[in-house]
Design a binder for this molecule. Structure first.
Ligand SMILES: [Zn+2]
Length: 147
């Protein structure tokens, strides 16, 4: 038991070993990110066109949207670079490959589905425990000296 805890803290205090992304996965990751990038650029062009044609309803809102989409392009560029350096798409918790499906729907994700489920369960356990403690506190007799 004690040994296990020591091993855990050891693995947490060092960065995970560098892994190589298999070529096939690297291609798929890059394709997902480039597709997202192209789509985001298209949206940016469309917003700018609407502004030029003055058919936009709210220019301030458009500026806000543009900033958001430009930031997304920047992050996608960074992720593409990281993919080429074998640094993208690994779970920060278990260092396994994150499912392509998850990256497709949420490219900035940094945990895999297995770890998501585990973390959700840990939170659930903690909430249950907190609720139990709260209930116990409520049924404790109140301090009689105060009244
Ligand atoms: Zn994981």
């Amino acid at each position: 038991m004690r040994r296990k805890a020591a091993e855990n803290s050891f693995s947490l205090s060092f960065p995970p070993p560098k892994r190589k992304i298999p070529e096939q996965r690297k291609r798929e990751l890059a394709a997902i990110l480039r597709k997202d990038r192209a789509e985001t650029l298209e949206i940016i062009v469309r917003i700018k066109q609407n502004d030029r044609l003055a058919c936009s309803l709210d220019k301030d809102e458009d500026q806000k949207l543009l900033r958001g989409y430009r930031e997304r392009v920047r992050k996608l560029d960074m992720s593409i670079e990281k993919t080429l350096r074998d640094e993208f798409g690994f779970c920060k918790s278990c260092n396994q490959e994150i499912e392509l499906e998850k990256i497709r729907s949420l490219f900035l994700t940094d945990t895999c589905r297995t770890c998501d489920a585990r973390l959700a369960q840990e939170i659930q356990v903690r909430l249950t425990e907190e609720a139990r403690l709260e209930k116990e506190l409520q049924i404790l007799p109140i301090n009689r000296q105060q009244s």
